[in-house]
Ligand binder design. Structure first.
Ligand SMILES: [Zn+2]
Length: 422
């Protein structure tokens, strides 16, 4: 478990007297106060280098802080350790029999998730675990290898989708423990195409949403085009012309919108001038014959210009696309949705696209409401996750806002979590 000190909580009786010391005598800057209604506490944050001090004042006789001060006087109250994945941290502690106050994470200040460990387990210190809000996307390029293949997770910017739609039949009171929606009910996601480099060339698996969206769509999906694929390619010392192959998992706009771009003259053309675009024939058929349920996701401008330019290489089934790169149809999300196995030197990485869109979707039944055939997703996913755990596949998450890749692990009690690698 990786953890960093986030802040030290200090219970105070009289906040004005405390500020006379911390602000006036020490000359520290005190941030705006924050009311944590559920705890009946007012918090004053004081940054001191990396971590902060947090002055805590009870706002009600029943507040835990008021009662703490009555019983033990003012003083050090808790320390807070920030972790990447609070669910994983709690599972790990539970498996070791550590006494916890909170068995499950609960919402804390500023959209964070928090849980307290019992002081009896922490040798007299009240320890709070905190997972910072997943309200920003990690926009960095990460590199690893898989045998002879170089893998680079790129990004095409952050975006947001409706939280309810992302979790299907899972009640909000459960998924809210993993990700907190914004005031328009959307959760933060990312688009992360994967670059595979080998002796045979450079392949991009999916290519993001691209830059053809209008103001209305940019707003609905909270797309930030200031940090998009060109920036990520530049960070990897590449440009669009360096890509030889673009492989599609499916033709939805958040996966394949980046396949085309508008020229200066306004003409739609292939975005990657030297690339062959590899598309499953039956997915092409579905995308070009949409119905009311999938019309908003299949945008003809994303793919029809490629056919006109003669740059598509169709494939018909589960095939090896290039040595070490193999596609497998999952169905479910779309009838022909496919994932990509990258295999070299005895190692396997899998680009799972919308089969497991984020690390919050590890439990079998956590299937998106967007899926056309959710039971097909469920059946494939059950078998696949078991296999991924047993064979230690490195899973590449296309939409997770923070985790680009990791291993799926399972505790003895059957709780799954991701051991982050990238
Ligand atoms: Zn998607």
């Amino acid at each position: 478990m990786r953890a960093v000190l986030d802040h030290v909580g200090i219970a105070v009786q009289d906040v004005q007297a405390a500020l006379a010391f911390y602000r006036d005598a020490l000359g520290l800057v005190v941030h705006d106060t924050e009311e944590v209604m559920s705890q009946r506490v007012r918090a004053h944050f004081i940054p001191v280098g990396g971590p902060a001090l947090e002055l805590l004042e009870g706002t009600d006789p029943e507040s835990v802080i008021t009662r703490y001060v009555e019983r033990r006087g003012p003083g050090l109250h808790h320390i807070t350790l920030r972790v990447d994945d609070i669910q994983a941290a709690l599972s790990h502690l539970k498996a070791r029999g550590t006494r916890l106050i909170d068995q499950e994470p609960r919402p804390g200040a500023e959209g964070a998730l928090v849980a307290f460990i019992h002081p009896a387990a922490a040798h007299g210190v009240l320890v709070e675990l905190k997972q910072a809000a997943r309200t920003t996307a990690d926009l960095r390029v990460h590199r690893t290898t898989c045998g002879d293949l170089q893998l680079t997770t790129l990004y095409d910017g952050p975006f947001k989708l409706d939280g309810g739609a992302m979790f299907g039949v899972v009640p909000r009171m459960l998924w809210e423990q993993k990700t907190v929606p914004d005031d328009r009910h959307r959760i933060q996601l990312a688009m992360r195409p994967l670059l595979v480099e080998a002796a045979w060339g450079r392949m991009l698996i999916d290519c993001g949403a691209g830059d053809k969206m209008g103001a209305k769509e940019l707003d609905i999906y909270a797309l930030d085009r200031a940090h998009a694929l060109d920036e990520a390619l530049a960070a990897a010392d590449l440009t669009a012309s360096a890509i030889d192959i673009v492989l599609a998992t499916h033709l939805h706009f958040d996966h394949f919108g980046g396949a085309t771009a508008r020229s200066v003259a306004g003409r739609l053309q292939p975005r990657f001038p030297n690339a062959r675009y590899v598309v499953r024939t039956a997915e092409w058929h579905d995308a070009t014959h949409p119905h009311e349920r999938n019309r908003a996701s299949y945008l003809p401008d994303d793919f029809v210009p490629l056919q006109e330019a003669g740059v598509i290489a169709f494939h018909d089934g589960d095939e090896v696309i290039r040595p070490g790169v193999r596609v497998v149809r999952t169905g479910g999300h779309t009838g022909q949705h496919q994932i990509v196995f990258i295999e070299s030197g005895g190692r396997t990485a899998v680009f799972v696209a919308d089969l497991i869109p984020t690390t919050a979707h590890l439990q079998d039944a956590w299937v998106m409401g967007y899926d056309l055939f959710p039971v097909d997703t469920l059946m494939f996913k059950k078998r696949f996750i078991r296999e991924a755990i047993e064979r230690e596949y490195l899973i590449v998450f296309e939409h997770d806002p923070q985790v680009a890749a990791g291993y799926i692990r399972e505790t003895a009690a059957g709780k799954r979590y991701v051991e982050r690698v990238l």
